[in-house]
Design a protein. Sequence first.
Length: 264
Amino acid sequence: MDESAPILLFDSGVGGLTVLAELRKLLPQAPVIYAADLAGLPYGEKTEAEIAARVAGLLGRMSERFRPRLITIACNTASTIALGMVREVLHVPIVGTVPAIKPAAALSRTGAIGLLGTAATVRQKYVDDLEREFAHGKRLIRHASPELVATAEAKLRGETPDPAVFAAAAAGLREQPGGEAIDTVVLACTHFPLVQDELRAALGDNVTFVDGAQGIARRVAYLTQGQGFLRSSPDVAVVTGDLARAQPLAAALKTYGLERLEPL
């Protein structure tokens, strides 16, 4: 294993930075390439076929170009739709992201669990299977809130989020049958922890939020244990589409250790 071989973190946008933050805690010396498909954002409003084809194509290109030791799909929507396909065609370890229903079910005292995600994620059979396996006997209340993705991206660019977006997300959960009893909320999009404080203000301090970032980081650390790491150059973020669109994110990216911003 080449010690300078990077870990590739892939997301539709900047949500995967929440995974990168946890990964830095466990593997601070690991070289990282962060890839954001800004030209394809938002994924949650695309069809399953569009997402699968796009993710497989991009990861195939990046695997050839960057020769990563491991790929993390730090996106719930892409993982629930394309993870199996990508694992079949790429000969590199791949870690996906799934809604953290199992830990949420263990934490909930009322048995009412909210799940916020994109439209594509909340309708997946994969989520049905997780609910059946880990939340049997509990109530999983789902709500698609695609507006939170754009709001999280805007916040990272330094813009002030619109409180109405968070109020609408909270109402989307609370106003469903049993929603008044929700005490645990699964953030089933890696973007959403970026606006967790705003969601807490809308849903109340008695709600516990759960996401998969720590679990993903632990899995990556496990799969790379015993490997040497050598960061021979500053970590980089690569983006699809117009690089100028990503420039307002440059300052925020640097706070995550991504010193350079380049086109894919």
